[in-house]
Design a binder for this molecule. Structure first.
Ligand SMILES: C[S@@+](CC[C@H](N)C(=O)[O-])C[C@H]1O[C@@H](n2cnc3c(N)ncnc32)[C@H](O)[C@@H]1O
Length: 237
């Protein structure tokens, strides 16, 4: 069953935080005008009723992965180049981030990437059951104030959706440099009950795997790399 939170209350604000930043320069404006319409998931596919099968978008590709809040998209483009056999879905509401990503991939093949410049849950709620091989949520907004905790992308409703759309054994990969957000994500994913945490020792969550692709936020923004936490959960079979 799909999560239909937004349909129940269509006026509810879907994305918190900024969607606009500095004005786009010409090359970024060009990709927003030319490439975004071609790669965007159309509104008729985003019914939030669990009917969108990734295989209908990417019939030729092996696995399908989604990245939520990809920022400038350097992680997503690196994944795409590393795994040309797979297809990718990316959601990022911030226009400057979307423009940076599209500019980066403009000369790459486009048949295995589709994007949404809006709330990732519009896409998550639209995807069919057991349809994704993995979901990345890297450095999500921490929403420090207690009254804003419900805005965190890793929350109970959304975890329910991730558990529904991941294939059994599919991966939910999260990272953060905010210690109490790490605690929150571990607690919420564990309480949910549908996921198994792969970590067996401190090293498993405090050091990235050898093939980890760092994001700009992680390399420049994070105050101390020593605080980064890497969380690998698997959907239980
Ligand atoms: C702290 S940034 C991290 C960006 C990137 N993942 C990185 O590690 O560099 C959080 C990102 O999540 C995006 N975001 C916030 N709410 C979102 C939502 N509901 N759906 C998709 N992305 C969202 C923001 O626009 C922002 O780019």
């Amino acid at each position: 069953m799909a999560c239909k939170r937004s349909l129940d209350n269509p006026l509810k604000k879907r994305v918190f935080g900024r969607k606009l930043g500095r004005p786009l320069n010409k090359s970024r404006a060009d990709v927003i005008n030319s490439l975004l319409p071609a790669l965007s998931l159309s509104a008729d596919l985003l019914k939030e009723d669990g009917s969108l099968a990734p295989s209908s978008l990417f019939p030729q590709h092996k696995e399908c992965w989604m990245e939520i809040g990809f920022g400038s998209g350097e992680h997503l483009s690196a994944l795409m180049r590393r795994h040309p056999e797979n297809a990718y879905l990316g959601a990022e509401p911030f226009i400057n981030g979307m423009a940076a990503f599209l500019k980066d991939i403009k000369d790459d093949p486009h048949e295995r990437i589709r994007v949404l410049m809006d709330d990732a849950m519009m896409l998550g709620n639209s995807l069919s059951d057991d349809s994704l091989d993995g979901i990345y949520i890297l450095n999500p907004d921490p929403w420090h104030k207690k009254r804003h905790h419900k805005r965190r992308i890793v929350n109970r409703d959304n975890l329910e959706c991730f558990a529904r759309i991941l294939k059994p054994g599919g991966q939910l990969i999260m990272s953060t440099d905010v210690p109490y957000l790490a605690d929150w994500m571990i607690t919420e994913a564990t309480i949910h009950g549908g996921f198994e945490w792969a970590a067996k020792s401190r090293e498993d969550w405090s050091t990235p795997p050898k093939d980890w692709i760092p994001t700009v936020y992680e390399t420049k923004g994070a105050k101390g790399a020593d605080k980064m936490v890497y969380l690998f959960f698997e959907k239980k079979a």
